[in-house]
Design a protein around this ligand. Structure first.
Ligand code: URA
Ligand code: SF4
Length: 201
């Protein structure tokens, strides 16, 4: 018998797998898994920590208080949310929003890696400490925020988690400046072209 043709991966396939995923203990407490959302053609990918209460209820990333902050920062930097991809390190809500545990991160990471492989974003924006440590093995995000780093041919931009800015004006100002920096960075990657909104498409 001829070998079966390998099924090509797709964002839809990943979402379907995540939605029914039983691979770590968070399956027992989640309402809805949150695969992430956005365009295959996205030039920027945002990676947060894990879904919170609103996200767990709606099955969508960054739709609660932290999401409102992120939306505001994107708007101020002129980055349309509809043209980026937004997801989390861990796709299911940890009980009481505790930090995801290492076994949960390890079980979930293949989904993120597949999303990155398909989208091939110009830059991945790491939101906060959990994403920084899980993806890049990093330590303090406050000491490294605002930086662009390159690993294995992939560019990453480091910034704080939007949740840290909910009740903190200083953090809000930092995040706003960082996301504007990120917008400039994405335009720089597209060499020799002027900066316009088209650059995000
Ligand atoms: N915090 C996160 O890290 N991700 C979300 O999707 C929402 C809040
Ligand atoms: Fe599966 Fe990730 Fe959800 Fe765990 S957090 S059940 S690995 S989708």
């Amino acid at each position: 018998m001829p070998a079966a043709k390998p099924v090509e991966d797709s964002l839809e396939k990943i979402s379907a797998e995540v939605t029914g995923c039983p691979l770590c203990k968070l399956v027992r407490t989640r309402k809805n898994a949150v695969p992430g959302e956005g365009q295959l053609s996205a030039k920027i990918m945002f990676v947060g920590e894990a879904p919170g209460k609103c996200e767990d209820e709606k099955g969508r990333p960054f739709v609660g208080a932290a999401g409102r902050i992120l939306d505001e920062m994107l708007a101020k930097a002129g980055i349309p949310r509809s043209q980026v991809f937004i997801t989390n390190v861990v796709k299911c809500r940890p009980p009481n929003n505790r930090v995801p545990e290492s076994d949960e991160v390890a079980a979930c990471m293949p989904y993120l890696n597949r999303q990155i492989a398909l989208i091939r974003p110009r830059i991945i924006c790491i939101l906060g400490r959990t994403a920084y440590s899980s993806i890049l093995g990093g330590g303090s995000i406050t000491a490294n925020r605002g930086k662009v780093i390159e690993r294995g041919g992939q560019k990453y931009f480091l910034t704080i988690h939007p949740a840290a800015a909910i009740y903190n004006r200083n953090m809000l100002a930092i995040l706003e400046a960082d996301i504007k920096l990120l917008a400039r960075e994405v335009q720089k990657v597209k060499e020799g072209q002027d900066s316009s909104l088209e650059d995000y498409m």
